[in-house]
Design a protein around this ligand. Structure first.
Ligand SMILES: [Zn+2]
Length: 330
């Protein structure tokens, strides 16, 4: 395993000749297509899952993880944590598409796959859930992390941001410190149960979980990885047991979800321009969307929009509205 073999073989859909081995200070095991576990020979400081490519057209974070893995395997970087690297949806990565049948990042956790027609994606979401549970089944008392790396489809007034799943139990401060060190521009906290990969890890194994949106999606090879350097450094610090980089830039902006816009009816129409940027501000009373028997309007004095998308399947999220939450603890 070297020189992006893990990525190359995952994209080719081939099995590696060797499925386990020893490298500089750790052993690695290829567990499944796009799933690799690394265990340090010394005492681990944390157990960390890093995933990317849950959406197959979001390639920059996949390249970022492949580079990180290469640095570990070539001995250029030291490993101080138990690490599970996951390339989420290899079939969609090969096709360069967000998904083939249904959005896999709506299939995890309690709600699960019940609402979806069986497909490669429903099967894959179960496989990934099992690997994640298996990885954390070892009760070693280590801090548990799961960072799921994405890029957004549309432009964003905050280019790099994180989403934290809803947690009745509250949040560990170390996740916030890491997000700040990674030079992210904003943090959005969910207020309701979801079906994303990070909701699942937060809920099922009590991991410090966040979905990271790291800029705009481009095809393989067209990504300018320089814009990801701060995140890359913060990831390297996390898995290398090194001090976090010092944040450079304005403080992290904090939001929480105020309302979800759901497409429940065939006549659903978004009433804002299709190219509205993420984190565009709206004033109380402005109409946002309309469908049979229901209209969505801005409810608070000011709300900011995230992920507006009228063409989602029925019953799924067509957008989120946010309010500022600067004072929120944790
Ligand atoms: Zn995504």
């Amino acid at each position: 395993m070297s020189n992006r073999d893990f990525l190359r073989q995952t994209l080719a859909g081939t099995l590696p000749a060797r499925r386990h081995g020893e490298s500089a200070g750790f052993v690695w095991r290829w567990l499944d297509e796009g799933v690799m576990e690394l265990s340090p020979s010394g005492r681990a400081q944390a157990a960390v899952v890093l995933s990317a490519g849950v959406h197959g057209n979001e390639t920059a974070p996949v390249e970022l993880l492949a580079d990180l893995l290469d640095e570990l395997l070539s001995g250029r970087r030291r490993l101080a944590v138990r690490l599970l690297v996951v390339l989420g949806n290899p079939a969609a990565l090969r096709a360069g598409r967000r998904y083939l049948v249904n959005d896999m990042n709506r299939m995890f956790g309690q709600k699960g796959i019940a609402d979806f027609t069986p497909s490669g994606e429903t099967a894959r979401s179960l496989v990934l859930s099992q690997h994640l549970l298996g990885f954390f089944a070892v009760d070693d008392g280590l801090p548990r992390w799961h960072l799921d790396l994405h890029t957004a489809i549309r432009g964003s007034l905050h280019p790099r941001f994180a989403l934290r799943p809803f947690r009745a139990r509250g949040y560990a401060p170390s996740l916030l410190s890491w997000l700040e060190a990674a030079a992210l521009d904003a943090l959005v906290t969910h207020r309701a149960q979801g079906a994303t990969f990070t909701h699942f890890s937060s809920e099922s194994v009590d991991a410090m979980s966040a979905t990271l949106e790291l800029g705009k999606a481009l095809p393989f090879g067209a990504n300018d990885l320089v814009q990801f350097s701060a995140v890359s450094r913060a990831l390297a610090a996390l898995i290398g047991g090194l001090p976090l980089p010092v944040r450079d830039g304005p403080p992290l902006k904090r939001y929480r979800v105020s309302q979800q816009i759901t497409r429940n009816s065939e006549d659903f129409a978004l009433l804002i321009p299709a190219d509205t940027l993420n984190f565009t501000e709206f004033q109380r009373g402005e109409p946002l969307a309309r469908e049979h028997g229901r209209e969505y309007r801005v409810e608070q004095a000011r709300e900011w929009i995230l992920f507006p998308n009228p063409s989602v399947a029925l019953g799924l999220r067509a957008g989120l509205m946010l309010v500022e939450a600067p004072e929120e603890a944790g």
